[in-house]
Design a protein around this ligand. Structure first.
Ligand code: PAF
Length: 189
């Protein structure tokens, strides 16, 4: 398994894979993997020839006063878990690689982003759709897998893929829960 941190290298790897007729499956995450993420990777492994996992704590989806700094990060731990799930490439860019100086372009899905979580976290889904669009452009997957846990996020991504004619199959996967019923989340640590 390789860990890639630059967009240019990642795009070269997927372009080579596509030229060789390989199908790319993709699991975007912010890392600190738990059983829910591992189930996405296991399904992604079955659905593609090249399995790519991204780990990027995306600053644009965190509002002021939210937990961007405190969000758990441990690339070494995540890499060991990723190997056990058969991941081929981890894409783990720095923030400056994804949002270089002078960055000004955002993707905004209207309507469903204004309700529920979107009502209490203004700008959150704009950050999610922006980073997911960028990750899709970098990784160029045919299949991408997300948890049903973030159900509104999944609906927003499906809408974006439909509206922007992205040729990507979006798969929603079941929630994994702790023994007391709490939905597993990296934030729970
Ligand atoms: O669900 C997440 O972990 C994030 O919102 C995502 C989809 C990786 C975008 O940063």
């Amino acid at each position: 398994m390789d860990i890639v941190s630059t967009i240019a290298t990642m795009q070269q790897r997927v372009s080579d894979a596509r030229a060789n007729g390989q199908k790319i499956s993709f699991v975007p995450t912010m890392g600190y993997l738990h059983q829910g993420h591992l189930s996405l990777l296991e399904e992604g492994r079955k659905r593609g020839d090249l399995l790519v996992l991204s780990i990027f704590v995306n600053p644009t989806q965190f509002g002021q006063g939210e937990d961007f700094e405190e969000y758990p990060r441990d690339l070494q731990r995540d890499a060991e878990l990723a190997v056990s799930c058969g991941v081929d490439i981890i894409f783990a860019p720095m923030a400056a690689e994804m949002y270089p100086k002078g960055y000004t372009t955002y993707v905004d899905v209207e309507g469903i982003t204004e309700l529920l979580c979107g009502a209490s976290r203004p700008g959150h889904f704009r950050g999610v759709t922006t980073v997911v669009s960028k990750l899709f452009n970098v990784v160029q997957p045919q299949v991408a897998l997300f948890g049903n846990k973030d159900f509104q996020q999944l609906a927003v991504i499906r809408q974006m893929v439909l509206d922007l004619n992205m040729p990507i199959e979006i798969i929603g996967m079941p929630i994994f829960r702790e023994s007391d019923g709490l939905a597993m989340s990296s934030r729970n640590v």
